[in-house]
Design a protein around this ligand. Structure first.
Ligand code: FES
Ligand SMILES: [Fe+2]
Length: 439
């Protein structure tokens, strides 16, 4: 298949209500400002047509554990039953709609709705109705909590969809799967673990502003200038500074992975010698103590271990709401057309000394504290700019006609890191879901 053929195909031919709003090189501002578009996205893009990330299995480590999440705007409980089986049920009482659980996480064999006391097992079955004689003959089986139609887990990542006919999660991850595998296989035990707490940040802007940015290698040297300057004052560190030179000529690249997924690969900027991730990381106060201790204890293995304290140097975006950044998992949670929550989960790994885990936490605190506020400020300012109705378009044409940037590697397009191909590609998937096209 040629690159021309691989370009977002859904944008080309069809005439419908979206045709004028999503063009090959630009999208209309109303996709970020209109409540009707947002309401449709929350149904179709977030789980109506295809998979959406819900939770990580390590948040529900034992039988009867649960975690409260959202699937678009639908409040959802991801639960384990007493045998450890995984379920996703709407946190929405079958009686008069109140949420049946108001905790973020915990363990519960059943949920009793605080409003009128209906009780549901953690698999959603209705098991108790106060004073049932008021209902005459009642078939309780009809009034369980609504279930997310399909729930599948891939190596600990739990996804849900309301589409019974969606392809399997593995199929839908497609070319993103080997990248997720790579990220997980870095861990000596091949898995990551999330804690019960997370770092939550809200911004006054549309959720897509965050997804637009996740694959954006164009902005760092401007948006994150203060971070880059601080890092250069702290000593020799290549981390992110290569974004500031001429990033398109540099070794970093961006891959468009299909189905709305993409990845920025920063690893080539670091080289692959053991210890190179560690040496290129921005210095953190006090890390020398831990480095010395790891080197003293582990000798030749120290470089490998120290690299595990540093992020994977890939930014993997899995449409529409799961971002793998460094060693962290970031979840995009839309709240309203102009309000979004970003939740960062730090990860732990097994099979490493405690000192590596400590350094790993320090690394994971770094970007959400020093970099993410830069991005969020821009998201909010973009939303403010979008209020001007006469200026209609958001551009995504960078790299569109620079065909020498793009080549095919194993069936996916690889391109310069500042190319806006990631946006053009995910809008292809966005259109497919909004148009309810079957695969
Ligand atoms: S709304 Fe839940 S019992 Fe009435
Ligand atoms: Fe950024």
């Amino acid at each position: 298949m040629t690159i021309q053929e691989q370009r977002p195909a859904a944008m080309a031919a069809r005439i419908d209500r979206w045709t004028d709003l999503v063009r090959p090189d630009r999208v209309h501002r109303t996709l970020y400002t209109e409540t009707q578009v947002f309401a449709e996205e929350m149904v179709k893009v977030f789980g109506g047509e295809s998979w959406v990330y819900l939770a990580h299995e390590s948040q529900l480590p034992q039988p009867n554990a649960f975690v409260s999440v959202r699937m678009g705007l639908r409040p959802v409980l991801v639960t384990r039953d007493r045998h450890g089986g995984l379920h996703a049920i709407f946190n929405r009482c079958a009686h008069r709609a109140a949420t049946v659980c108001r905790e973020e996480s915990g363990t519960a064999k059943s949920f009793q709705c605080p409003y009128h006391g209906w009780t549901f097992k953690n698999n959603g079955e209705l098991v108790g109705v106060p004073w049932p004689q008021g209902y005459g003959e009642m078939d309780r089986a009809e009034f369980g909590l609504t279930r997310v139609t399909r729930v599948e887990s891939y190596r600990g990542f739990v996804f849900g969809t309301m589409n019974a006919d969606a392809p399997s999660v593995e199929e839908w991850l497609g070319h993103a799967r080997p990248w997720l595998d790579h990220w997980l296989d870095r861990a000596p035990e091949g898995e990551v673990l999330l804690g019960s707490a997370a770092y939550r940040m809200g911004f006054r802007g549309n959720w897509k502003l965050a997804y637009d940015n996740a694959g954006d290698g164009y902005h760092p040297s401007f948006s994150h200038r203060s971070l880059l300057e601080m890092a250069s004052r702290m000593g020799e560190s290549k981390d992110m500074s290569y974004f500031g030179r001429t990033p398109d000529d540099g070794p970093m690249v961006s891959y468009s992975l299909g189905n709305g997924h993409s990845v920025i690969d920063q690893r080539p900027a670091h080289g692959d010698e053991p210890g190179s991730f560690w040496r290129n990381q921005r210095p953190q106060p006090g890390r020398e103590f831990f480095e010395e201790s790891i080197r003293a204890e582990h000798g030749d293995d120290a470089d490998r271990l120290l690299d595990l304290a540093i992020g994977a140097q890939i930014n993997l975006s899995i449409f529409p709401n799961l971002l793998i950044i460094g060693n962290q998992i970031q979840v995009i949670e839309p709240l309203a057309v102009d309000r979004t929550q970003l939740t960062w989960h730090a990860t732990r790994i097994g099979g490493v000394p405690d000192e590596v885990s400590i350094l790993r936490m320090r690394t994971q605190e770094d970007f959400p504290a020093f970099g993410e506020p830069d991005d969020q400020a821009n998201f909010e300012e973009a939303q403010r700019g979008l209020a001007a109705p006469e200026a209609e378009w958001i551009l995504m044409n960078r790299g569109l006609d620079v065909t020498e940037w793009q080549s095919l590697v194993d069936g996916v397009i690889v391109t310069a890191v500042t190319d806006e191909l990631h946006m053009r590609s995910y809008y292809d998937e966005w259109l497919r879901r909004m148009r309810e096209e079957v695969r």
